[in-house]
Write a protein that binds this ligand. Structure first.
Ligand code: NAP
Ligand code: ZN
Length: 348
């Protein structure tokens, strides 16, 4: 057992504060990781503020972890001391479940979240990456390509895979028109990855204030959704729309932008009830409304290798951990370009 230093929320209304807690003694199949950086995902805020219900406190958030291996158990074969590694949204899953074999463990009931979860022993709460070190089973540790800087690679572990997985599943690529709603942490990764996959990418943002960045990330077009004309000129244009917005917005206007057989995939989790979907918007053009959650370990490694090959990382703003509460407020106001990443050296 070791003592970890980190930041935690003691309840849904509390600001995050310094916190010490126990990490388990490494087992034979464990990898011990010195956490260098951790991205700040909007899901951290939803959970620390208990916006989805059922949050476990005290909570050490953080599931975009990038660090360096400091020790490996005797049965670990994939990693060695000094390797650049990442940990994403989950640290264990039900290995008995058949779907494990088709690499969909993120959808299994036995999934153990990196934080705000309970370990396989049924009692120990998991604590995330806003901390100085972590001990994780080898099978849930990812290899970060050496050419990617650890700080800007950290957000790939959630934002990157959350967009890579649906883009791949719905076959974004040459000849496909893809729209990304919301140019935040997830959205800006979606633009970069979809562009690298060869798709024609459009950003649908609330205003044109980030247009220059969106085009720099690889978008071919950029439209403001506060302009009603956007919903007229883009009708029936897209094969795939990925909605990254974590607020309640009316999906009907966006569904109308899909071609016949097009799909709108939700990855953003609305913080309130959304207006009802008009069935005719779907029926009239055989459109699909779908959802997607992170990605499997195998697919996350595939995404990291893809990003290594294409030199894709997040655009980040580095913060000391002492600035985490202000960072949360800024994310909620969509005032982030495009991911806050905590420099864990600030904990020392
Ligand atoms: P983020 O950085 O805050 O980005 C969300 C973006 O949505 C904002 O930058 C903004 O983009 C747009 N937006 C925000 N409020 C809006 C509103 N009221 N109306 C219209 N657009 C609005 O958050 P994130 O970290 O990317 O996460 C986004 C959502 O995905 C959160 O709900 C998070 O919990 C969820 N998530 C899901 C998964 C999954 O596996 N499905 C994984 C990670 C996160 P513009 O300024 O460009 O409009
Ligand atoms: Zn996340």
């Amino acid at each position: 057992m070791t003592i970890a230093k980190g930041y935690s929320a003691s309840d849904a209304k509390a600001k995050l504060q310094p916190y010490s807690f126990e990490r388990r003694a490494p087992r034979q199949d464990d990898v011990s990781i010195d956490i260098k950086y951790c991205g700040v995902c909007h899901s951290d805020i939803h959970q620390a503020r208990d916006e989805w219900g059922g949050s476990i406190f005290p909570m050490v958030p953080g599931h975009e972890i990038a660090g360096i291996v400091t020790a490996v158990g005797s049965k670990v074969s994939k990693f060695k001391v000094g390797d650049h590694v990442g940990v994403g949204c989950f640290v264990d899953s039900c290995t008995k479940c058949a779907t494990r074999n088709v690499d969909l463990e993120q959808y299994m009931p036995g999934l153990v979240q990196t934080y705000n979860g309970i370990e396989a022993d049924g009692v120990t709460p998991t604590m995330g990456g806003y901390s100085d070190h972590i001990v994780v089973k080898e099978g849930y540790v990812l290899s970060i390509p050496e050419n990617l800087p650890l700080d800007a690679a950290a957000p790939l572990l959630c934002a990157g895979i959350t967009l890579f997985s649906p883009l791949k599943h719905w076959k974004a690529g040459p000849g496909k028109k893809v729209a990304i709603i919301g140019l935040g942490g997830l959205g800006h990764m979606g633009v970069k990855i979809a562009h690298a996959m060869g798709a024609d990418v459009t950003v649908l943002s609330q205003s044109l204030s980030k247009q220059e960045d969106g085009l720099r990330f690889g978008a071919a077009s950029y439209y403001a959704t506060n302009d009603p004309k956007t919903f007229e000129v883009l009708q029936g244009q897209f094969d795939l729309i990925i909605n990254t917005v974590g607020a309640s917005i009316d999906w009907n206007g966006y569904l109308n932008l899909l071609k016949v057989d097009g799909t709108m995939t939700l990855v953003g989790v609305p913080d309130a009830v959304v207006p009802p979907v008009n069935p005719f918007v779907l029926i009239g053009s055989r459109r699909n409304l779908a959802g997607s959650m992170i990605g499997s370990i195998k697919e996350t490694q595939e995404m990291l290798d893809f990003c290594g090959k294409h030199n894709i990382v997040a655009d980040i703003e580095i913060i000391p951990i002492q600035a985490i509460n202000e960072a949360y407020d800024r994310v909620v106001k969509s005032d982030v370009r495009y991911r806050f990443v905590i420099d864990m050296a600030s904990l020392a």
